[in-house]
Each structure stands twice: as structure tokens, then as C-alpha cells.
Design a protein around this ligand. Structure first.
Ligand code: ZN
Length: 198
């Protein structure tokens, strides 16, 4: 197997990239000057070294504490709880939301062997105890796993002195937060359902 075939195979293992797309990427890189491929290779080689989880919220960051947690202008009384680090970027791009985040790191999925103990729930409870948190917005994906997780976390938080809400419907069921457009996401924030008033 030559290096072209090897690279095509490597790229085709990435999500949403089939064999044809993988081939297109490799031939594209060959057509461009060598600099583009080198830059890509250099960035990839330090990706895992440079990026780690924010010690507070669990989002991806190059620092100990991410730019959102260290931003003094953000509203520290609201925490938006998401499943995965990339969800923070998606929601942060909705300018309406000015609070903080908490990444659970996974969603409850019994069939895949993922239980509540694998989620960063105790860290969330600790943050509520430590700070002046008044509201928790559960913004896990609108999937079965996301809903199960939101319900579970909501039950745990019931005994704590915080208001808990879930992003309003309007989000496509079974979808991923990262594919939802800004307007829909902004709307679901302003129309979030408050569990404490049900
Ligand atoms: Zn953070």
C-alpha cells in the first residue's frame, strides 16, 4: 500500500467522510503546494498535546481554564449543561446566552454501557455548592440519550436550591446540537421549560 492509499484509508475513518471524499482530500492536498499539507500535519501532531479539558467546565481549551469560564462579563448565576465539549462552541455562538457551561462528557446510553457514574454530575453539584448558581439549563441533544440524561440530572438537582430548565421544543428530535441553526437554538433558549413550575 502506498502513502496515497494509506492516507485515503486514514481519512475515510473520520466521521462523515467516505472513501470518495477521502480520495478527494488527498488528491487536493497533492495538487496544492507542500506548505498546506505540512501545516495540517503540524497542527494534527500537536492537537492532543495542546488541547485538554477546562478544569472548571470540561470544554476544550489550550489553557487550564477556558476563555468562557475566565470571562468576567459572563453571568455566573446560570450554567448551561451539555453532553459534549463541542456543544459549548455551538451554543456560545448564540449571542443571547451569556452564562456559563458545564460539560457532562457523555450521555446516558445503557446499550453502550454508559451509566450516570461516567458523567461529570458530581462536578456540577460541586459547582452549585461552591458558587452563586441560580439556574441550570439542561441543553443535552434532543435524542433519547439526551432526554434520558436531562431527566436524570434534573431529578438529582431537585433537592438543590437551583431553578432547572430544559431547552424548549423546536429542536429537531434525534438531531445533534451542532447541526441546529442559530435562530432555532436562540428560540429554544428563550422558550426554555422551567421544571420547577410544572
Ligand atoms: Zn471552562
Amino acid at each position: 500500500m502506498n502513502i496515497i492509499d494509506e492516507l485515503i484509508e486514514n481519512f475515510s475513518r473520520l466521521p462523515s467522510i467516505g472513501n470518495k471524499s477521502a480520495a478527494r482530500i488527498v488528491y487536493h492536498l497533492l495538487k496544492q503546494d507542500a506548505h498546506q499539507a505540512k501545516t495540517l500535519a503540524e497542527k494534527l501532531s500537536v492537537l492532543h498535546e495542546k488541547i485538554h479539558s477546562c478544569t472548571i467546565c470540561g470544554a476544550f481549551t489550550e489553557e487550564d481554564i477556558c476563555s468562557i469560564c475566565s470571562d468576567e462579563r459572563r453571568d455566573k448565576s446560570i450554567i448551561c449543561v451539555v453532553g459534549y465539549p463541542q456543544d459549548v462552541n455551538t451554543i456560545a455562538s448564540v449571542s443571547e446566552y451569556r452564562g456559563l457551561f458545564h460539560v457532562l462528557g457523555a450521555l446516558i446510553a445503557p446499550l453502550e454501557g454508559i451509566g450516570p457514574d461516567q458523567l461529570r454530575i458530581s462536578e456540577l453539584i460541586q459547582r452549585i455548592h461552591d458558587g452563586n448558581v441560580e439556574e441550570i439549563i439542561l441543553a443535552t441533544n434532543p435524542t433519547i440519550e439526551g432526554d434520558t440524561t436531562a431527566l436524570y440530572v434534573q431529578k438529582i438537582l431537585q433537592s438543590l436550591p437551583v431553578k432547572t430548565s430544559r431547552l424548549a421544543s423546536g429542536l429537531p428530535v434525534g438531531g445533534d446540537l451542532e447541526y441546529i441553526d442559530r435562530l432555532t437554538l436562540a428560540r429554544s433558549f428563550s422558550g426554555r421549560i422551567n421544571f420547577n413550575e410544572e
